[in-house]
Structure formats: C-alpha cells, structure tokens
Design a protein around this ligand. Structure first.
Ligand code: HT7
Ligand code: ZN
Length: 873
C-alpha cells in the first residue's frame, strides 16, 4: 500500500452541485442509483478526466445526461470509476449494487441487528456509490429510501422529509432533502424497526426544533438522559459559543454495531448504543457522564465540523481537537470542573503520552498516511484539544471567543485548514502564532524542566524553565514550542503570594509563555522561599520535571489553590512512595508503606472536603498505566505488586477511617446522575475498594450487602468488582453467576460483566478470557464486545496481559488476525498494545515482536499493515 502526502494536495477538478440518491434496500443486493450534477472547476482543463472513488461496488450502469455510456467511455477498477471525456456541466447517473449484510467492516452501508445504517466518515461513502469522496467536495443531497414496510417501517436520512408513499403491499419509500451543502462523509441513512422518544427545543432566535431519539423498542426506557443531555448541549452552545442549530429537526439513532462512539452526520447523528443508552439500573455513573460528553460532542460538530469542515483528512484535528475542547468545556461547566480536568489529563498522560513515545507517534496534523482511519487517535483528538486549550490559555476567554466567532463567520459553508483557524486567533489577539503552529507539526511530548532558586538577600525567586522534545520516528530534530505555563507561588501560610516581575504586579496566578529552549523568570519582593505551583490546570500537554521534596508535595496537596495541582501533587507523592516499594520488590524486601502517605491520606479522609469528587480522585493511587508511563524500563510485575501492596496497606492502616467514610457517604436518596450524587458514590466506592483490599470478611460482607441491595448499577458493579477480584472466590463466583443470569438479555450490561471478570488480577484471568470468548453473549463481529472482553483484559489487566510466558500476547494476536479479515479498523486499533514493546524487558519484548511477525505473515488489510510495519521498522 502507498502513502498519501499532505504536500500533494490538489483542489478538486469537479464539484458536485447536487446529489440525488435512491436506495432500494435489501440485505444482499441493495441497489443505489445516484444522479449527480457535475460541474467542472473553472481552472480545470477540458481534457481532465472525472475520477470517482468506489470500493466493493458492482457497477450496473453509467449514463451522462440520460445517454447510457458504452464500456469504452469509462474505466472501472477496484477503487475508481474514470470518465474520460465529459462536458463542463452535466448529470451523471450511475447504478450500483452492494451487499450490506456481508459488510462486517461497518463502513459504508451495513446491517446491525437487521437495521440498515451507514458510517461514511472518513471514506465510507465510496462503499455506497461512485463519488468524489473527499471533504472539500460539498453538495446538496436529496435521498429516497425504499424499504420493506414490515421490517423497515422507519426510513431516515439527513435533513427534512419531503415526500413519502406506500409503493405496494410490501414496500414504501421516504424522500429526504438536506438544504445544507455537505461533504459525503456527513451523509447518513437509517432504516429499521425503530421507536422514538420525541421532544422540542426552542432556539435563541425562537425557532422550534423537533428532537427525535430512535431506538429498538426494548431500549425506549434508556433514552431520557441522552435527550436531556442534547437539550443542555444545544442551550450551552448558544450561550457559550453563540452557535444556534440550523435545521427543523435533529435526530439521533442508537446502533449496536459501531466502530467508534458516534457520528455527527448532518441532522442525523448515529450513535453506538453504548454511547447513548442509559438508565440507573443498567448504567454506571461514569457512563452517564461519558454519554453526556459524547452527545454534546456530536451536537457541537454541527458547527465545528459540519458548517465549517476540513479541506482534507490531514486537517482532522481542526474539527476534532476544537470539538473535543468544546465538549470538555461543556462537561466542566455542568459537572465538577477540577474532576473533569483530572480525568482528561489522566487519559492524556497515560494513553496519549504512550502513543507519542511509541512507533505510531504522529503530529496532531500528520503529513502522510496509508490509511486515514488509523489517525482517529488520542493525538488528534486529545492532544488536538489541548492545543486549542493552549490558545485559550494564551489569549484568554474573551479573545478566544472572538477568534472562534470570526472563524465561524468567515468560513461558514467552507472546507478549510488548521491555518485558517489559527489565523483568526492571531487576527483578533494581535499575537504572533507562527511558532504555535509547530504544535500541529511536531510529534512527541515536550519535556519541561523547572528549577528555582531563592535569594534571601535580594528577596527574589529565580525560576528557570527549559524545554526539549525527544525525537520521534521520522522527526529527529525538534524546535522549541510556544508553551503557556500557568503558575503561582504558594507562601508558608498556604496562600498564593502576589507575583511581581520587573516591578509589575501580575496578580496571584499568571501564565508564563515559553518560546525558547531556556527561560529565566525573576519574581520580586518575596520575604521567604515560596513553593512554586507550576503548570496549573495542566496548561500545556508536556511532561513537567520539577523536583519537589515529599514535604513540598504534601504541602501543595493540601494548600494549592488550583484543584488540579492539588490532585497532581498527591499523585506525585504517591508515586514517590510506589517507587520505594518497587525498589523493595526488586530487592526481594518486604513492601512497607511509609507513614507520610498514610498520614496524608488520613488527613484527606478526616478533614472536611469542599469537593467530594476531587477528594475521591485524590484518594485513588496512580493507575498502573500511569506508573508504567513514568519508567524508562517498564517492570509490570513490580508496578502491580507495589500498587497492590500499597492499596492493602492503606486499607489496613486506615480501616476505621475508610469504614467511617463508607458509612458517611451511604445514601437512600433516589438515584440521580447529578454530579454531586456521583461524587458521593465515587467516594463511598473508593472507600469500599480499600476496605476490601484487606481481604477481611467484614469488608467483603459490606460488598455483598451492597451487591444484594441492588440500588443502582454503579453500586452493584462496584460491589461485584470487589467480590469478583477477591483472592477467595467463595463470594465472587456466585455473584458473577447471578449477575450474568439476571442481565443475559442486555448486551451493554453483559459487556460490564465481561469487563469485570477479565480485569481480575489473579493468574486465572487469561483462561477466563478464552473461556468467555466462547460465551453466547460474545461475538467477535461486534466492536463493543471485543472492547469489553479483549480490550479490558489487554489495557486494564497489565499483569496478566504481559504474562512472561507470552500467552497474553498470543491471545491478542489471534484476535487481531481474525479481526483483520472482518473489521480492519478495529483490528488496527486492537493491535496497538502489541506495538509498545520498546521499554519492556528482553523476554517480553521478544515475545511481542514474535507475535507481530506472526501477524505480518498474514494477508493484511491496509490499516493493520500500516501499524505493524511501523512497529517492526
Ligand atoms: N467524527 C466521527 C468519527 C468516526 C469514525 C471514524 C472512523 C471510523 C468510524 C467512525 N465513526 C465515527 C466521530 C467523532 O469524532 O465525533
Ligand atoms: Zn468528533
């Protein structure tokens, strides 16, 4: 397979003014007729052929302005249809046949539980009909869907229904018209036996919008939360970003088989059922919050992505980075802001940093790819959002909002580049953002080193900051980036000190801007040495090296005015204790937890807390993945045993305190997914985790009682996890069985059942994965099942996935080989953990490489090929 380069971009030679589609739906032989009004670009020479993309299509006929073409007038190969001589403007009519039922890749038109649905981003439309399948070709779509009246009573597409009729006893049709020109990747069609929840929204300018959420009948009782989340999102986008919805109806459809979370098709969002369906009996708190974030994300795309779209797929972060930033801001406005930041940063610092330091590292705007679906990554989405957040940090909210308004006004209805967005920000602020653009071009996580020296005579503190970005594949030399470092100085009384630099007062918190490799900042008028609190709110996606003593960390953990940095100081403190335990494990010495961590935790539990959600986060030890990310050579067993020993020791030492906390946070109030209640449950269940880590029967009895109480899925699942992860299986086995029998009818709950079992740390986990792969509720064709069973094992059970005998790697490779044939996109995502072998010990490294080479021996899809080649390079 050949790579495609950003530098080779060329403007499209033909535009499609109008697109009229007619689908005659059938599982094995759907007929798609396309009438395209084609217009030659003024600058294009007459001899330029019209080349249309097409994959896995059976061509039935081609006609120009009603005249059928004979075979000599066009070329059709596996990927395209080429028309040699065409008029300047004409109607092209094609008819193709496709087979949705055998489409296991879930791109283009496919079937899920009998329902027809589409996924066209990024290049799925070419699996539906011949078309210039690129985002800079925007067209007005009219779509007629013909289907069986009994099995497909609901026929949906983008825009508004303009015609519908019964054809005969068996069939009916509906015609939809979308008034907004759009690229093909935003096209959608759904046909099935669905029911709807309906609601209305009145926009800021007083227009009524019909809201519909379409699901299978048995899921109607899981639609209320998403509908309310949608209405919250619509209002928020008006108030925060001045963006109003632009169609008369907005529809969401829930689909069981879906490669990602959801898709922002114009006026007809299609959602993975796991990203939209929720109720208290079946759904945990974390999922409620995830659903709220995804509903918002897809809705926000209506402006950042649909009204203003990408010129080409290299610009993906233009819409994704901005939209993730917008959904993060929304979630932080409607929930606990520090906890939202903590969660987002935790994901970034474990998973995205790992990507940035591995063989698949790439810039936020890649400059080449073999398969674009491989670039829907944490780097494009999460780091892309951090880059937009840095702009907000550099410009301040007011100017950032002005820049956003200018961008939407200036480019409405256009397909644009990252530069266009940045130019708007530069224009409204007067800032030079030339160096800032490097964030889009340079891969790798910059490392910032901070040192400070206090001069008692001069009463000043000199803060030295330096930056360096390590080499990444294909990019050995890196330039300094523009980095906003939000900071403050904390005085001995725990209060922020006034910041004075060059005689100028900067308040108590400021943003230092790095543009060079090294900087020195001098703060004046300080009576004693303060503790610098740096990178507040995680103001830039960097690794900060700031050598603070355990004492200073404990001080910041209690006093920093920045909630995020208080949490982060606690994580660093815990990390330094875990490092001592890991050293002891290597030296075969007893793992004894020091008093400082225990005392700090005790203080946290017993002192009054103003934000319970933050407190719950502060009580959690750093995850195994985060600890691994800190190590030059990763020792999975040491990490696992140190963390387990620390959890148990804290549980033992603070048993009474955790028991009191558990009692204090218990509540009989009816369930609500409101963030204050979520915080309370989170705190209670953290306490339960520490209590159960001791293995004491009274702690497990608490878990059993909570399980039996069956109050809501959050509490049931937390209790089940404790029971199922206990060394003694006496309570766990019956609980797992009861849960499995109770929820056998609900695939989304069975996913939780799979995940709970395969994250069990005991050595029988791998055998359990193999066993569960044979369970009737599992199907390798469904991405949610694969993520729940295999993904959880691989990503959340590190000690068992990385078994020294290599069986974990073998299992994953077997799965990848099968998926490579069925669903290349998912296969290419699942193979990623096998590519992260460089920092492992030689035995595991060799075992992983061996499995990658076994995969390479197969006939590979382009997606898997690209990842495996990078890893073995
Ligand atoms: N913009 C959407 C991307 C997406 C996607 C990409 C590749 C394969 C399947 C997919 N489904 C959805 C989702 C989003 O970012 O909102
Ligand atoms: Zn998106």
């Amino acid at each position: 397979p050949r790579a495609i380069y950003l530098k080779d971009y060329q403007v499209p030679t033909y535009q499609i003014e109008q697109t009229e589609l007619r689908f005659d739906l059938s599982s094995e032989a759907t007929r798609v007729r396309a009438r395209l009004c084609v217009q030659r670009d003024d600058t294009t020479s007459v001899s330029e052929p019209l080349v249309l993309d097409g994959e896995a299509l059976t061509l039935i006929s081609v006609a120009i302005d009603g005249r059928p073409l004979d075979a000599a007038e066009y070329d059709a190969d596996e990927h395209s249809l080429t028309l040699h001589a065409v008029p300047d403007r004409f109607w092209l009519e094609t008819e193709v046949e496709i087979a949705p039922a055998s489409n296991t890749a879930l791109e283009g038109l496919y079937q899920s539980n009998g329902m027809f649905c589409t996924q066209c981003e990024p290049e799925g439309f070419r699996r539906i009909t011949f078309y210039p399948d690129r985002p800079d070709v925007m067209s007005r779509f009219t779509t007629t869907v013909i289907g069986d009246r009994t099995t497909l009573p609901v026929l949906l597409s983008n825009g508004n229904p303009i015609d519908q009729c019964v054809i005969d006893d068996a069939r009916h049709y509906v015609t939809w018209e979308d008034p907004h020109p759009k690229p093909a990747y935003l096209f959608a069609l759904v046909a099935g036996n669905l029911e709807k929840r309906e609601d209305h929204f009145t926009t800021a300018s007083g227009r009524d919008v019909l809201l519909q959420l379409w699901v299978e009948t048995q899921n109607l009782n899981k639609t209320e939360f998403a509908m309310n989340a949608l209405k919250r999102s619509m209002r928020w986008d008006e108030e925060r970003f001045g963006r109003e919805y632009d169609l008369d109806r907005f529809m969401i459809v829930a689909v069981d088989d879906f490669n990602m979370g959801a898709m922002e098709n114009k006026g007809l969002n299609i959602f993975n059922s796991s990203a939209v369906l929720a109720n208290p009996e079946t759904t945990v708190d974390m999922m409620f919050q995830r659903i709220e974030g995804i509903v918002a994300h897809e809705y926000f795309h209506n402006w950042s992505g649909n009204r203003v779209t990408c010129r080409d797929w290299f610009q993906l972060a233009l819409k994704e980075g901005f939209t993730v930033f917008r959904d993060q801001l929304f979630s932080s406005d409607v929930n606990s802001a520090p906890v939202k930041r903590i969660e987002d940063v935790a994901l970034l610092r474990t998973a995205q940093f790992a990507e940035d330091s591995g063989p698949t590292a790439h810039p936020v705007r890649p400059d080449h790819f073999i398969e674009i679906t491989n670039f829907y990554t944490l780097t494009v989405y999460e780091k892309g959002a951090e880059v937009v957040r840095m702009l907000r940090n550099l410009l301040g909210w007011e100017q950032f909002r002005q820049g956003s308004d200018l961008y939407f006004d200036r480019f409405d209805g256009q397909a644009v580049r990252v530069e266009d967005f940045i130019d708007c920000m530069a224009e409204v602020s007067g800032q030079d953002l030339t160096r800032f653009m490097l964030w889009y071009a340079q891969a790798g996580t910059p490392e910032v080193t901070a040192t400070s020296a206090y001069d008692a005579d001069a009463r000043c503190l000199t803060l030295s900051l330096s930056q360096r970005t390590p080499p990444t594949p294909g990019q050995t030399e890196k330039e300094p980036l523009q980095i906003p470092v939000a900071m403050g100085l904390v005085g001995a009384d725990g209060k922020d000190l006034p910041l004075i630099m060059n005689g100028e007062s900067l308040g108590t918190s400021t943003v230092l801007v790095m543009t060079d490799a090294e900087h020195r900042f001098v703060f004046e008028n300080l009576d004693a040495a303060p503790v610098p609190s740096l990178l507040r709110g995680f103001s830039a996606p960097v690794k900060l090296h700031h050598a603070l003593s355990d004492e200073q960390l404990a001080f910041l953990m209690r006093h920093d005015s920045d909630g995020f940095n208080r949490w982060d100081a606690g994580q660093q403190l815990a990390l330094s204790e875990l490092e001592r335990l890991m050293a002891a494990w290597h030296a075969d010495e007893p793992l004894v937890v020091g008093d400082r961590l225990i005392d700090t935790m005790r203080a946290l539990i017993t002192e009054p807390a103003d934000d319970k959600a933050v407190l719950a986060e502060m009580l959690r030890l750093p995850s195994e993945a985060f600890i691994a990310e800190q190590q030059a050579e990763v020792h999975i067993d040491a990490i696992h045993h140190a963390r387990r020993a620390a959890t148990r020791a804290l549980g033992e030492a603070l048993y009474d305190e955790f028991a009191a906390l558990y009692d204090r946070e218990r509540s009989d109030a009816p369930y609500s997914p409101h963030f204050e209640q979520i915080a309370q449950r989170s705190l209670k269940n953290v306490a339960l985790g520490y209590l159960c880590a001791t293995g004491r029967p009274d702690a497990l009895a608490l878990a059993q009682a909570q399980f039996d109480d069956n109050a809501n899925m959050t509490d049931v699942r937390a209790a089940l996890t404790q029971l199922a992860h206990a060394d003694d299986t006496a309570l766990g086995e019956p609980a797992v069985r009861a849960f499995g029998e109770r929820w056998a009818h609900d695939p989304l709950v069975m996913d939780q059942w799979f995940a709970t079992q395969v994250s069990r740390p005991q050595p029988d986990a791998l055998e359990r994965v193999r066993f569960l792969m044979g369970h009737e509720a599992f199907s390798i064709k469904n991405p949610n099942r694969v993520r729940a069973l295999i993904g959880t094992f691989v990503n959340q059970n590190l000690v068992n996935f990385h078994r020294e005998d290599g069986q974990g790697y073998r299992l994953l490779a077997d799965v990848v080989i099968e998926l490579n044939r069925l669903n290349p996109d998912i296969a290419a995502r699942m193979v990623l953990p096998l590519t992260r072998f460089r920092r492992l010990d030689p035995v595991r490294r060799a075992a992983m490489r061996g499995e990658l080479e076994r995969i390479r021996g197969e006939s590979l899809s382009r997606s898997v090929f690209e990842v495996v080649e990078k890893a073995l390079a």
